[in-house]
Design a binder for this molecule. Structure first.
Ligand SMILES: NC(=O)c1ccc[n+]([C@@H]2O[C@H](COP(=O)([O-])OP(=O)(O)OC[C@H]3O[C@@H](n4cnc5c(N)ncnc54)[C@H](O)[C@@H]3O)[C@@H](O)[C@H]2O)c1
Length: 407
């Protein structure tokens, strides 16, 4: 059975604004800081001779495939969803390893890589090589979408379908998402809908996508009135995280991803939060071990939540901490003006402040949240243009009817 990690704070599933209540006694220090990943004894970690870690949330886990022993994969996190289980491979240089994609996860002979105008010049050739090297059986085509949150819409999605239909892809093809969360969400939704569902692989290239959006199967597009309102739950075959892709990521995008890393610490992993408080300068300086650990712990936390509540009937809503306010900021300022993680950071401070005012947490926790987000150089307040009225209007128009979520 999957054990829950200790939390500094926890969002009650019923909390529509993602406000937070304490799991620890007020003012109590968070649990001891992380000396090594193996302190998380609730996971079964198995180190191979190549010192690879495998994290698995064990209830009735289906067997998943192993990468070759000489692989650059340093960590495998299994997302345990019965017959929809899949591995998250994490390591530096995984795109230089054709076997990983080819042997285990590409279905059929035809692959459509979905990417954008920024990522294509950086990584499309590499991915095409990884898919086709020594493999005459696979042909790769690509569709290069315009870059940006403002293009996460029906018109852009249609370009993926146009390409797949014009190229006569059939149901045995594989869609590969190469890019950040915008590409991952759109490609995943396209894979869910094309011919009622085709094989799908995530190759996330932003920190945001590596720690959050590529894992868990939420896919979709925005509506002018609200974020991610149109979509599907659709799980990939695998997630392949080559941490070297972060070398080309702009600093502002790196910081945006850190907002979601902080979230895991707050909602369910106090030792991870304390580790971040001590190691934020290393994360911002892209120290490889620190980044690899943050990605691994984030994926483990997300995988554990998703394995327990895939379709968000309760626990998964904790992953939305700060997002109700954050999504309102993104919608209200125009998609793309604020990065997703920036809006989530300001939203997290608002949720924390609300929890404090409701008497659920004490001021020391609120201050720690503000401090860590400041350390990460993330915004800690919404823009002035977001008046109370504007928040209320947007949040009301996006609110789901009855039980349910909207992230
Ligand atoms: N599905 C989920 O569970 C989930 C979770 C969190 C966020 N999201 C969604 O993810 C999106 C945000 O994702 P994001 O922050 O990755 O934004 P993004 O996809 O817009 O990527 C950010 C920018 O970085 C560029 N880029 C990507 N990889 C790069 C690289 N390696 N080097 C240089 N530039 C690179 C992109 O082209 C883009 O300009 C939002 O739409 C959000 O709603 C979804």
């Amino acid at each position: 059975m999957a054990a829950s990690a200790s939390s500094l704070l926890a969002a009650p599933a019923s909390s529509s604004c993602g406000a937070i209540s304490p799991q620890l006694p007020r003012g109590a220090p968070a649990a001891a800081s992380v000396a090594s990943p193996s302190r998380h004894s609730c996971y079964l970690l198995r180190a191979s001779p190549s010192r690879r870690h495998r994290s698995r949330f064990v209830a009735n886990a289906a067997p998943t495939m192993q990468p070759p022993a000489e692989s650059r994969v340093s960590t495998v996190v299994d997302v345990d969803l019965g017959d929809r289980s899949y591995p998250i491979y994490i390591g530096a240089g995984l795109l230089d390893e054709p076997d990983l994609l080819q042997r285990q996860h590409v279905h059929g002979k035809r692959v459509l890589v979905v990417t954008n105008t920024t990522v294509a010049p950086l990584y499309l050739d590499k991915v095409t090589w990884a898919l086709t090297h020594n493999n005459l059986n696979v042909s790769v085509e690509s569709v290069i979408l315009p870059d940006g949150e403002k293009y996460k819409n029906m018109d852009t999605l249609m370009k993926v379908f146009d390409k797949a239909v014009e190229s006569r892809f059939d149901r045995r093809c594989t869609f590969v998402a190469l890019g950040g969360g915008v590409i991952g969400d759109m490609c995943g939704f396209a894979a869910a809908a094309f011919l009622r569902g085709v094989n799908f692989i995530q190759i996330p290239t932003t920190l945001m996508a590596q720690v959050d959006s590529s894992v868990g199967g939420k896919t979709g597009i925005n509506h002018p009135l609200g974020k991610n309102l149109i979509g599907a739950f659709y799980q990939p075959q695998c997630v392949l995280i080559d941490t070297n892709t972060l070398n080309t990521l702009p600093d502002r995008e790196l910081a945006s991803g850190i907002a979601e890393v902080v979230k895991y610490g707050l909602i369910r992993d106090a030792p991870f939060f304390e580790w971040q408080e001590k190691n934020m300068p290393k994360l911002l300086a892209r120290e490889p071990n620190a980044l690899a650990y943050a990605i691994k712990r984030s994926c483990e936390n997300k995988a554990e939540v998703v394995a327990q509540d895939e379709k968000e009937s309760g626990l998964r809503a904790t992953l939305n901490l700060g997002h109700t306010f954050g999504h309102a900021i993104e919608t209200g300022t125009g998609y793309g003006a604020w990065l997703h993680g920036e809006a989530v950071a300001a939203g997290t401070v608002m949720a924390t402040d609300m929890s404090h005012r409701l008497g659920w947490i004490d001021d020391s926790i609120r201050k720690r949240v503000v401090d860590i987000l400041k350390q990460a150089k993330l915004p800690i307040a919404p823009p002035e243009t977001m008046t109370v009225e504007k928040f209320k209007n947007i949040m009301a128009s996006c609110k789901p009817k009855g039980r349910g979520r909207r992230n």
